[in-house]
Design a protein around this ligand. Sequence first.
Ligand code: FES
Length: 289
Amino acid sequence: MHLAFEWSEDLQPPLPGQFFTFLPAMVESSAGIILRRPLAFAGFESKKHAAKSSGYQSAIAHSIYQIRGPCTRALALQRPGSHIDIIASLGNSFPYPDGDEKAIIAGGGIGIGPMLFLAASLAENGTIAQSYIENNSKSLETSISGKEIQLVFGFRNTLFVPKFKEPTYDIPILNTWEKLLSGAFMATDDGSEGFHGTVLDALEFLKKDDKSLEIWHIYGCGPGAMIAELAAFAERNNFPAHLSAEQWMACGIGACQGCVLPARKGGYLRVCADGPVFEADAIDWEACL
Ligand code: FES
């Protein structure tokens, strides 16, 4: 599912890796005990770009999500113009790759959302700080075909591979996502689309083929097992890696300790306030499984 919402000019634009928590009005007014849910940003259009591309008078933030419970089900039932209670932007963001590093952007399942945002930001501007999508076609293709960035996306099977192009709507960000998806190295667990194997299998395959001796900077978001494998892969190859953790959250702002993960150096780190993006060796990913 795709969520797009207006973004106030008074707020700093979100960065790739950051998230927001939400509570649809109909849930808010019913049980009263349902916690806010976190969702990652999957894209952002500045006011200037949104006006040019779709005639909107404000900036627009985007997210993609799966229906997993009452909150996301209620969200999916919202109509254009609905009110949704949102707290944003939360958490930290992905850092820049260094000049001599190649960005390897790995996403699994619904975890591709923040990776699309990261890839679009890097491709458009070469910088994450200016995370606007101002010119959504040429530079994307140049960056992907020029191999400045490599996207590696994994899904259970072909039915889980998203199709962003809507037959009846011409929404610019969907075209951007579709372009990124078609430039990605695609893997499915059962081989029903693209490479047969997991994201890790795909990375091992690409690594064997890579004679460039470039330093890969691994960025990842996806299921826990995939993140643990990415961390181990980065460590084996001595690559820098920044991985986004998924975790249930209560407060979302660092107050309740409800989202902690075990730190490698001992103790715990809060996903919402210390993350969600962590250096690969900051977390004991295996212990999280
Ligand atoms: S959700 Fe409360 S500290 Fe992270």
